[in-house]
Design a protein around this ligand. Structure first.
Ligand code: ADP
Ligand code: ADP
Length: 226
């Protein structure tokens, strides 16, 4: 089963910027996949399209076989997104933010509370559940974004530069957390511009540059070439 399938995906912003120039990409269920590339390569745009936050210009995108245009709700319900920028309400508590997301997916209240507890504990945020989000440290906000993205138990978790700007200790603990949920069955796609991150976590990677995939290989083969 393909967790993700992109075919001839293009995105133009206005007349001038061609952010994606016909991307073909397949990611198998269960993979821990890295999308690498320099700033401005098109990584966030690709992720935005897959998550229905950015409209594509042309091409197709499928999540576990569900076309994001034809069956948007099925595609969305199988996918969790951890964006790069913090985008939650600054004045809500940690627990409210996670429960609101559960409401969006129609998860019953009791079930939502159980899941929130499970994810907040796994991310070491349970004792912060009543804290107002704006009072959290950067590392805690990052973990809150992950807890929120997992509330509907998505089969595919997509993270945009999950460890950008975090200290080494938190980076290691996030890596360990992501490895664990991948081993438990969640397919993971992350973007990064750290080769070390991809090397540590990912088996297969694609390198995107100027809106094109210039390499799609396993990490070991890539490292031999460098
Ligand atoms: P990456 O995530 O790899 O850094 P992006 O997908 O953010 O790359 O950007 C790809 C290209 O599209 C860049 O040239 C960027 O400036 C441009 N771009 C991204 N978002 C917008 C936008 N909302 N409007 C115009 N141009 C954009
Ligand atoms: P700060 O940004 O102020 O250093 P953090 O929120 O990054 O605070 O981390 C607070 C504590 O929680 C640190 O001791 C860190 O090692 C620990 N921690 C961070 N992430 C995790 C995690 N995923 N699992 C367990 N412990 C974590």
């Amino acid at each position: 089963m393909k967790a993700l399938s992109l075919k001839r995906l293009t995105k133009h912003y206005g007349d001038k910027v061609q952010a994606l120039n016909g991307i073909d990409l397949e990611v198998e269920e269960g993979e821990f996949f890295g999308l690498l590339g320099p700033n401005g390569a098109g990584k966030s745009t690709a992720i935005g399209i897959i998550s229905s936050l950015v409209t594509k210009t042309s091409g197709t995108a499928q999540v576990f076989g569900y076309d994001i245009d034809q069956e948007p709700w099925q595609a969305k319900s199988l996918l969790g997104l951890v964006p790069q920028e913090f985008n939650f309400n600054n004045f809500e508590t940690v627990e409210q933010i996670v429960l609101n997301q559960a409401g969006y997916y129609g998860i019953p209240r009791k079930e939502a509370r159980q899941r929130a507890e499970r994810h907040l504990k796994a991310l070491d945020l349970w004792n912060k559940r009543h804290a107002i989000s704006r009072t959290l440290s950067g590392g805690m906000k990052r973990r809150l974004m992950i807890a929120r993205a997992l509330i509907h138990d998505p089969k595919l978790l997509i993270l945009d530069e999950p460890t950008a700007g975090v200290d080494i200790e938190l980076r290691r603990s996030l890596w360990q957390f992501l490895r664990t949920i991948n081993e438990q069955g969640t397919t993971i796609i992350l973007t990064t511009h750290y080769l070390e991150e991809a090397e540590t976590l990912c088996k297969n990677i694609a390198i995107i540059d100027q809106g094109r995939i210039i390499e799609h290989t396993d990490v070991k083969t890539l490292l031999k070439k460098l």
